[in-house]
Design a protein around this ligand. Structure first.
Ligand code: PLP
Ligand code: COI
Length: 363
């Protein structure tokens, strides 16, 4: 893919803000875009100024929600170079999401190279640890027609921006509401795809949970409303007796997270027994009450690891580890972020190092 690099004018070159990034509200000066049509395939690949997108009111994505996205991060290493963490997994998942939503595939290597070029141009925007540059690839349907069918035209773009902590709480326990009525996804549906509708489906319960004093929602399976699936926009792990880690097996309605996959490998290598299993919410809550479950945490790119301090279910509360961040959560958080930031050597080949000021990445 040839990418047209459009020079920015001096007014488009905004300085990098210092500190206080929060999550997802500051974006860099440039973005990547390319368009798709059935006749031409992907074309018009360009990196230019971050800009608004003009869409006709009839544009397909605004009506029927054919939209997918990804989320990965670039981390500043102590030597100043930049690390990406398992970006190949995100490129693959983007195409899996596209497949489920009847959208066109993107060449995974081209997609990654576009991201690397964008980061190279925007390298000043990669903050030091504990911050990172969040990378958000998106694809939307752009046909202007109200007939319900897969669009024949699409826009693919990538925006990036510096981020700090995802949660107001930082790396501290969060209160979680268990939704016993509404579900996020069903097997056979779109839960395993990173598509906008899944997040739209979560908003109503998210708001209800906040009103009740909880910051996230635990999702149960869509058929029985009994088996644990995910927490907020994260996968979930339970720690038994401080040494066994159990996470819900991928059911078809769970998003297969890169962080989850990394914790399974890393956890085993660190000496924990890691299992993927079907987790019954009643047994899980009984195990918390009996003290067998010693920690619970969510895991995802944005927060890395988010300890759960308590669950609320049908009017009753279940406190985990005295509402404290536990040692296993801390251990995994440290090991994982050490790898991501290049604080330790990477024996897995998970990191892609982008030398500062160099045109070619070191694989
Ligand atoms: N589950 C959902 C619904 C998500 O949106 C995410 C975030 O991307 C995850 C799980 C965690 O996935 P990952 O670890 O790849 O960020
Ligand atoms: C994650 O990275 O864990 C997310 O779920 C990202 C979120 C902003 C959708």
């Amino acid at each position: 893919m040839d990418i047209d690099i459009v020079p920015l004018s001096s007014t488009q070159l905004r300085p990098v803000p210092v500190n206080g990034h929060g999550f997802g509200s500051v974006f860099s000066n440039r973005m990547f875009t390319q368009e798709y049509s059935e006749e031409e395939g992907w074309h018009n690949a360009e990196i230019g100024a971050y800009h608004s997108i003009e869409l006709a009111p009839s544009t397909a994505v605004l009506h029927y929600g054919q939209a997918i996205f990804e989320g990965t991060k670039a981390y500043r290493r102590p030597d100043g170079d930049i690390n990406l963490f398992r970006p190949w997994e995100n490129m693959r998942r983007f195409n899996q999401s596209a497949q489920r939503m009847a959208m066109p595939q993107v060449d995974e290597e081209d997609h990654l190279n576009a991201i690397l070029k964008l980061i190279e141009l925007e390298q000043a925007w990669v903050p030091d640890a504990p911050g990172a540059l969040y990378i958000r690839p998106v694809m939307i349907a752009t046909d202007e027609a109200l007939g319900v069918h897969a669009s024949s035209r699409y826009l693919h773009y990538v925006i990036v921006g510096p981020v700090g902590s995802y949660f107001r709480e930082g790396f501290n326990p969060i209160p979680v509401f268990i939704s016993d009525h509404y579900v996020r996804a069903v097997v056979g549906g779109i839960g395993a795809a990173k598509t906008s509708g899944n997040y739209a489906a979560s908003m109503l319960v998210g708001r209800e949970a906040k009103e009740k004093g909880y910051s996230q929602v635990l999702w149960l399976d869509g058929v029985h409303r009994r088996y644990v699936e995910e927490v907020g926009a994260m996968n979930i792990c339970f720690v038994y007796e401080g040494q066994q880690i159990v996470t819900p097996a991928l059911s078809g309605s769970i998003l297969p997270g890169v962080t989850r996959k990394s914790i399974i490998t890393l956890g085993r290598d660190l000496g924990y027994e890691v299992r993927e299993a079907r987790i019954d919410v009643h047994e899980m809550l009984a195990d918390i009450a009996a003290g067998k479950i010693t920690e619970v945490f969510g895991c995802g790119t944005a927060a890395v690891i988010a300890p759960v301090g308590k669950f609320g279910y049908k009017g009753k509360e279940y406190i985990i580890n005295d509402y404290q961040t536990g040692p296993v959560s801390r251990h995994l958080y440290k090991e994982l972020t050490d790898l991501q930031y290049g604080h330790v050597p990477d024996p897995y080949g998970w990191t892609l190092r982008l030398p500062v000021n160099a045109a070619e990445p070191v694989f």
